[in-house]
Write a protein that binds this ligand. Structure first.
Ligand code: SAH
Ligand code: SF4
Ligand code: F3S
Length: 443
């Protein structure tokens, strides 16, 4: 049997896309290899959101050169966002003459045919430049993420934040039909998944392109009406589109998690304007106020970027100020990385030393907030969905609270996939530890 090995970089969208790549391969008789050395096909599912992501992929692809020499029949494919950048496929092709297939983000469904026809051809480069290609709902999915099932609700992004490459490599917003999504939700629930994460670059504008009154609030409401015990998460929200309707639906439902990822990027209105984010710090704070009013137990997480062109010390301090005000339960912190072809790459850049100092200060600040918030969990009871064993501590498993906090408790594999009540007894920065306070629920 032929074997595949997939290396994935980037966001959840890509993680899920790798499940589709695997699904197509399994469908034509492949099985998963443990490592590249054991595989007949190696796929690199790439990301180009920051320079670091690209460098990692470049390094790993380059490292396969010698394996390809030893095994000339090995097929190496590069897919994902790096291939779809302007000149991306040509650059990859020039740098890695031993790569056999370069496939764009809009036409991954060609993979099985290309692989089957590959022997006849030398090398296949296939990129679809149409920014609004039709959605292919038929791609089989080989799910690999445990208790959680990813479900795409939309593709692409129309926002063109001036720093971001995503709209160029993922095309325009295209929403899937609500009935297709609901059918997928029911399907994964019937397969035993206990958690669903709805995926889109900007889930709040879900449905606007369908022009039939469909909205994200409506979709969430429909999903929350489905029977059974399960949890729903979603990402990513955009503050300019995040509506009070959505908050109301979440607050009223019993199965949509009180965990909202709402990237702020910056706390400075000048910077937000230059980023083309289309909201102000004050508007962001108003959404947060409303969320907390409706859901006092909410966990709000964020993406924060420092070092955007022209960011002054005052701008940076405004970011720190809003971080202190909102008190994110956790945040992904990024150093701005110029992306070719985006407007911000042409603006005047700030020095690496300044960026380094700011990221260090921001990380320290956020860590201290996360740590303080963790203490608030002590002595309280929560429900977690057990996701996995915690390999760091023998004889333990871990799962998340509704608000998205990871809790480790004593237990074994048999608990995976079950909901459990836990009492939090210890907090270590972002991690919480506790005890099971109920006998195992039926799975
Ligand atoms: N659609 C989502 C995810 C975008 S990528 C959203 O709008 O939030 C995830 C995060 O990467 C972004 O929120 C941003 O903080 C960061 N990011 C995007 N482009 C970047 C760049 N050029 N340099 C550094 N970080 C970047
Ligand atoms: Fe990028 Fe902005 Fe779109 Fe998010 S909303 S993917 S940051 S352009
Ligand atoms: Fe990266 Fe593409 Fe996601 S650029 S962050 S993998 S959409």
């Amino acid at each position: 049997m032929q074997k595949y090995f997939i290396v994935t970089y980037g966001c959840q969208m890509n993680v899920h896309e790798s499940e589709k790549l695997a699904g197509m391969l399994v469908n034509i008789g492949y099985s998963e290899a443990k490592c590249a050395e054991e595989a007949d096909v190696v796929l690199f599912n790439t990301c180009c959101i920051r320079d670091t992501a690209e460098k990692r992929a470049y390094g790993n692809i380059g490292a396969l050169k010698s394996l390809k020499k030893q095994k000339p029949d090995l097929v190496i494919a590069v897919v994902g966002c790096m291939t779809q950048q302007k000149g991306g496929a040509a650059a990859l092709s020039a740098k890695f003459p031993f790569v056999d297939i370069i496939l764009g983000t809009h036409n991954i469904d060609e993979l099985p045919v290309i692989l089957q026809e590959k022997r006849a051809k030398k090398r296949v480069i296939s990129i679809n430049d149409d920014p609004s290609p039709a959605i292919n709902d038929e791609i089989p999915i080989h799910r690999t993420s445990g208790t959680n099932a990813w479900i795409n609700i939309m593709y692409g992004c129309n926002n063109f934040c001036t720093y971001c490459i995503v709209p160029y490599v993922r095309g325009r917003e295209r929403s899937r039909k609500m009935e297709e999504i609901l059918a997928d939700v029911k399907q994964v629930l019937s397969e035993g998944y206990k958690e669903i994460t709805l995926l889109g670059q900007n889930v709040d504008s879900y449905g606007s392109d369908l022009k039939d009154g469909t909205s994200f609030a409506l979709l969430l409401k429909e999903i929350s009406l489905i029977e059974g015990k399960f949890r729903v998460r979603f990402m990513t929200s955009h503050p300019k589109d995040f509506s009070k309707d959505v908050v109301d639906v979440i607050a009223r439902s019993s199965n949509i998690c009180h965990n909202i990822h709402l990237p702020i990027q910056s706390g400075s209105n000048d910077v937000l304007k230059k980023m083309n984010r289309k909201y102000t710090a004050e508007q962001y704070l108003e959404i947060v106020r409303y969320i907390k009013e409706k859901m006092p137990d909410v966990g709000i997480t964020s993406d924060i970027m420092i070092g955007f062109p022209g960011e002054t010390e005052k701008d940076f301090e405004e970011t720190c100020e809003i971080v202190k005000q909102v008190r994110f339960s956790n945040a992904f912190t990024f150093v701005y990385s110029p992306r070719n072809g985006t407007p911000a790459a042409k603006m005047e850049q700030i020095s690496p030393d300044v960026k380094k100092s700011r990221i260090t200060r921001l990380v320290k600040l956020q860590n201290s907030i996360t740590k303080e918030l963790s203490k608030e969990y002590l002595g309280k009871e929560f429900e977690i969905l057990v996701e996995d064993v915690n390999p760091k501590y023998e004889g333990t498993v871990c799962g998340r609270t509704d608000s998205g906090r990871l809790v480790t408790v004593k237990g074994d594999q048999s608990l995976i996939g079950s909901f459990q009540r836990v009492l939090i007894t210890e907090s270590k920065s972002a991690s919480l530890f506790g005890n099971l306070i109920q006998t195992k629920e039926e799975k």
